[in-house]
Design a protein around this ligand. Structure first.
Ligand SMILES: NC(=O)C1=CN([C@@H]2O[C@H](COP(=O)(O)OP(=O)(O)OC[C@H]3O[C@@H](n4cnc5c(N)ncnc54)[C@H](OP(=O)(O)O)[C@@H]3O)[C@@H](O)[C@H]2O)C=CC1
Ligand SMILES: O=CC(=O)O
Length: 326
């Protein structure tokens, strides 16, 4: 008998669905809503595998999936999983690094440009009947090329961003990570520094860190005050890395000149969030990796990950290899 798996919030192209069907008995939920949730919980009872995107996968949910052996997330970030609890239970967690790196770096560079050059604001301006003759200096943007870029998190995506900024825009690069990254220092002349130095010297601060206990609210009121006057903050890591209340205040009182955000403390961003009405913010609905090509690559990777995990053949993309020893 084929192992049972549950697929949730994954838009599976036909060939990938067929691939899963070859290996597993699949129960799929395009959306998780109050209408579908009871059936989802029911299906979890026998599921050996779980494949999907988002959702809080904590001990309570794991209790409802007593047969689970592997979970495969269609994302590189896995802060929504209780990894320690999964490891304790011997449940392997797989993610999709690398396939999305270049696309998310493009998104970050796009946010830098859109924020500095006020692209969404001016798009709204022209749609409301405005034209450039009426744009006076207070509405001008700022240059990006040759400005200093600060990267928080010189991992896979941070490195791809540094490459774009160095070769494409001639930007001097500062970075902060847990450790030094020789490749970025050699290839892109990136300079390692502590967080306060980066905040004080960068014209653009780009956050592309994972959300962990250590990075939660890493950027709060005090850190925002340390940013260079006129600096802009870009976040595509995870919303809670920034204290959003402090961010809103800083954007309102001019401590921070502008922000470009793909991620938020609460997603979807509530309609009454002050961020919705601030002109000096570019908002994206967590679409860092959302291109046809990359979403396909991520989904294919997640499918292969689950097949490997449930066939005891894990070679890469395992978040908690210790679970394999259980
Ligand atoms: N908006 C979107 O759609 C997307 C968002 N993301 C987010 O981007 C994150 C990064 O992805 P990726 O680049 O592939 O991951 P990597 O693991 O390659 O890079 C993460 C980087 O963060 C650094 N880091 C981790 N913890 C700390 C800390 N406490 N202080 C300082 N630096 C820290 C790591 O440092 P070190 O190298 O020293 O270990 C590493 O350089 C994901 O976890 C996800 O949250 C990813 C894809 C899409
Ligand atoms: O946010 C997206 C991810 O892949 O992580």
């Amino acid at each position: 008998m084929k192992p049972a798996i549950v697929v949730y919030k994954a838009l599976l192209p036909t060939e990938l669905r067929h691939k899963l069907d070859e290996h597993f008995s699949v129960t799929a939920f395009d959306e998780l809503s109050s209408a579908t949730y009871p059936a989802f919980l029911q299906a979890l009872q026998n599921a050996e595998g779980l494949l999907g995107a988002g959702g809080k996968i904590d001990a309570d949910l794991l209790d409802k999936a007593p047969c689970l052996r592997a979970a495969s997330t269609i994302s590189v970030g896995y802060d929504n999983f209780d990894v320690a609890e999964m490891t304790r239970r011997g449940i392997v967690l797989m993610n999709t690094p690398t396939v999305l790196t270049e696309t998310v770096a493009d998104t970050l560079m796009g946010l830098v440009l859109a924020t500095a050059r006020r692209m969404t604001e001016l798009d709204a301006w022209i749609r409301a009947g405005g034209w450039k003759e009426s744009i006076t200096p207070p509405y001008y943007g700022h240059d990006v090329h040759h400005k200093t870029l600060g990267i928080l998190g010189m991992g896979r995506i941070g490195t791809a961003l540094a490459q774009r900024a160095h070769f494409g825009f001639g930007m001097p690069i500062l970075y902060h990570s847990r450790s030094r990254h020789q490749e970025a220092e050699t290839r892109f002349s990136a300079r390692y520094c502590d967080l306060d130095t980066l905040l004080g010297q960068a014209d653009f601060v780009c956050i592309i860190l994972p959300l962990t206990q250590q990075t939660h609210h890493l950027i709060g009121r005090e850190q925002l005050k340390k940013m260079k006057p006129g600096a802009m903050l870009i976040n595509a890591g995870r919303g809670p890395i920034i204290d959003e209340k402090a961010l809103i205040t800083a954007l309102q009182d001019g401590t921070l000149s502008a922000a470009g955000l793909d991620v938020f403390e609460q997603e979807p961003l509530p309609a009454d969030s002050p961020l919705m009405t601030l002109p000096n913010v570019v908002l994206l609905p967590h679409i860092g990796s959302a291109t046809h090509e990359t979403r396909y690559g991520m989904t294919a990777c997640a499918v292969d990950n689950l097949i490997a995990a449930l066939h005891g053949n894990v070679k890469e993309n395992c978040v908690n290899p210790e679970a394999l020893k259980k």
